[in-house]
Design a protein around this ligand. Structure first.
Ligand SMILES: O=P(O)(O)OC[C@H]1O[C@H](OP(=O)(O)OP(=O)(O)O)[C@H](O)[C@@H]1O
Ligand code: HPA
Ligand SMILES: [Mg+2]
Length: 166
């Protein structure tokens, strides 16, 4: 599926991501089961930075990964699991927090939820189409917005305003 063009861009700095991932952790603390969260599973690669911050905030030492690949740049292909977490540890997902940077169409999470149906799904950002797949998130952005993460950006020179038309 071709996802271009996106009307808007939402640019997230490292500082903003850190703040939002912390806010997600605090919300997840309130949503924890009686016995606490057993483990964090990060959806690689975008979920790794938020998962690290959540695990640090909530003092969760068991961290694993699931690798689901579904995009080449902004074009979506069929999502597929490239690497599974330790399923003996994860079980049906009870008490396990699955963390990703965002949900867009929700197709990545569909695949993940099929593998661990009782896991609690958390993303930092959510678009409306994928929102029903998520248990906890922080910020909603519109479907026609592309979110740019700090690891995909670099500081760059811009011409001064008075010379912009030259
Ligand atoms: O809800 P969806 O429409 O499925 O899209 C969301 C997923 O797409 C991106 O990952 P991507 O597959 O690009 O891999 P990456 O995390 O390695 O960048 C993003 O990090 C989410 O995991
Ligand atoms: O808006 C997005 N930004 C970055 N990666 C993504 N993968 C799906 N949607 C997005
Ligand atoms: Mg991803």
């Amino acid at each position: 599926m071709d996802r271009l063009p996106h009307e808007k861009g939402f640019h997230v700095s490292w500082d903003q991501l850190h703040r939002d991932a912390r806010a997600l952790a605090w919300r997840l603390q309130d949503a924890r089961p009686e016995a606490g969260w057993r483990a964090v599973v990060a959806i690689t690669r975008g979920g790794m930075a938020p998962a690290m911050i959540v695990a640090r905030e909530l003092d969760i030492r068991t961290v694993d990964t699931i690798s689901v690949k579904s995009y080449n740049h902004q074009t979506q292909a069929e999502p597929r699991i490239i690497k599974s977490p330790d399923m003996e540890m994860v079980g049906d997902g009870s008490g396990v927090l699955v963390v990703d940077d965002l949900v867009d169409t929700g197709r990545t999470l569909e695949v993940v939820k099929a593998a661990m149906p009782k896991a609690h799904i958390a993303t930092v950002y959510a678009k409306p189409q994928g929102r029903p797949q998520v248990d906890t998130f922080i910020t909603e952005v519109s479907q026609d917005t592309w979110i740019f993460f700090p690891w995909d950006m670099a500081l760059q020179y811009v011409k001064p305003y008075h010379g912009a038309d030259d």
